[in-house]
Design a protein around this ligand. Sequence first.
Ligand code: LMR
Length: 341
Amino acid sequence: MKNVKKLITGLLLFVLTLSLAACNSSSKTSADDKGIQKMTIKISHVVAENTPKQKGALAMKDVIEKESDGKIKVQVYPNSQLFGDKDEYQNLVANNAQFIIPDMSKLVGNDPGFNIPAMPFLFESDQAADDFWDGEKGKEIFKRLEKDGVLGLSMWPNGAKHITNDKKPITKPEDLQGMKIRTQGGQLLESLYKTLGAGSTSIPFGELYTALQQGTVDGEENTYSNIESKKFDEVQKYTTDIGHTRVDYALLTNTKFWDGLNDETKAIIQKGIEKGTKVARKSAAQLNKDAEKKMEDRGKTKVTKLTSEQKDAFKKALEPVYKEWAKKIGPDIIKDAESRK
Ligand code: LMR
């Protein structure tokens, strides 16, 4: 009798576990009469809310939830709430998030082509960057992630990066000598700072404020909207408006998740992606402008805008880095990127 009871309890527990697992699943469950698959989608990213990435993600959410009559729920997690820089890619591969939007500099270990935004003074505008990533070579680089089971869907810009630090105003290459700069990662950025006589280290975005505050590093490079929305200017006395490198994002999904969508569901999500891309692209430049103004008003950091002659000095100093990495990335890719100016 005892054994029968145990068996029944065991069976009940097994059935309960199975049904809970089915409820928790964030991938497709069932299709309604319009053929839309019911599901919850997670979008994870590391930056704050007043950024093009969050605006784009919310626009995606809005379209997908409306078009699916709420059958598809979209949860957006900003500020590394769900996953940080170190684990978001793995969690996309594991389908624990269905979309991530990393800065391409965090993908350079997957393919050298993602160093394009770190190539000094390569693109002169968001438009040039958009055009490159929409073009044949950009798509070719995205395609190289397919070996990981990851699909590159589109590029979202943030914009030009500027250098902040807590030591002194930077107006010429020599000013960086002896400083320690946080980068988003990758050998190109490392060699860029080495060429300027500075050390560098990569620190996850979510840990950067503390690292700057505690003096673990002297400075960092970022867009105005990232600097302002995370209040890095509070702990960095100097900002140099230089625009030598960029933050550009790759909107990525999990291939298996994507291939598991039926046509009706995919069309809705595709519509969301198109809207998200449009909104991110449209809002990036204005958000940077607004952030620059807010930083000025806060008055915590002194912003120095480099003249074109001062920028030329950095361009010249960084020429060897550009040349070396043009070879590594591939001359055909660089030729295409340079034609987008
Ligand atoms: C950074 O780490 O500084 C940026 O790449 C963060 C981001 O996603 O914009």
